[in-house]
Ligand binder design. Sequence first.
Ligand SMILES: Cc1cc2nc3c(=O)[nH]c(=O)nc-3n(C[C@H](O)[C@H](O)[C@H](O)COP(=O)(O)O)c2cc1C
Length: 332
Amino acid sequence: MEFYFAPMEGITSYTYRNLHHRFFGGVEKYYTPFLSPSAENGLSTRELKDVLPENNGEIRPVPQLLVNHPEGFLKGARLLRDLGYREINLNLGCPSGTVTAKKKGSGLLMYPEELDALLDRIFSDPMVTGGEILVSVKTRIGKNSPEEWPQLMEIYNQYPIYELTIHPRIQKDFYKNHPDLEVFSSALEASKNPVVCNGDIFTAADYRRFREQFPAVERIMLGRGLIMDPELGEKLLKIEAEETGMDRVCKRTEDGPDLARLRQFHDALFEAYGELMSGDRNVLFRMKELWAHMIVQFPHSPKLEKRIKKSTRLSEYTEAVNELFKEAGHGL
Ligand SMILES: Cc1cc2nc3c(=O)[nH]c(=O)nc-3n(C[C@H](O)[C@H](O)[C@H](O)COP(=O)(O)O)c2cc1C
């Protein structure tokens, strides 16, 4: 099994990816949050920063593009190819209203003919037919109804998609309800391209359940689960190693959260954001976004949670985090 780190706008920029890779193992590939290249100008300065090789250390992430026209995709892809990237991911899953209104992300799923035309143009470009870049796709199973899926599957099957990541929800779900495993099961059977599964694998127990149901799946993309528990990839690899007898490099193999390491990771992120961003507000905004997920690893403490959420100064924030770690048993 291979585990991929999902693209997460506002969280998994290069600073987060590099530090996750430094402190934790278990992740085969990292995806960048979506980049929206324009046909005229390519990537913005901020977007370029996220993919510049010098900012990505030893990781070569997979850049993800969010477009509704082939020119933007190809312009971005050329630029990324010249920076040394080989795989490029197309976002057909983003559920945000402002994105879907522009027929981007999962908004394009409602227009099968336009989607087909976009893929046709991308997959007939010499850069793709000549194998200079590999195009993967990340998709939801429909815009308004899972009944849209069979037609979408037919379209995807016409193209040599390097990997098809399926998040089996429709746009209207956002992150509510449950992944539709019936549709996922049919997709797994029907897809001519390799499938990556994505959605709601947050713990080792979720993984075991999923694997029992879908033993043929070889690749899983993890999003919120890895933000909640950055060790999740290692834990799942450990299950694999136990069950298959194959050992892969794990930076840590004992059970239970490694609070000391989580603290070091947190502090390194906090420091890096402090150096990169201007103003406490921006740093705190980033850190609070993380805590919205990471908090589940800590003993339930609504008071401390609130103090983190409400902090407006770095010192207030740090004090609350210190207490949270202390309550969890770190530093005692
Ligand atoms: C805060 C946040 C930001 C996200 N940003 C992106 C993104 O930039 N591109 C994308 O394809 N999906 C994005 N997603 C969706 C995730 O990649 C993933 O598909 C989703 O969280 C479901 O997987 P999970 O249940 O493992 O978290 C985002 C999700 C969240 C919660």
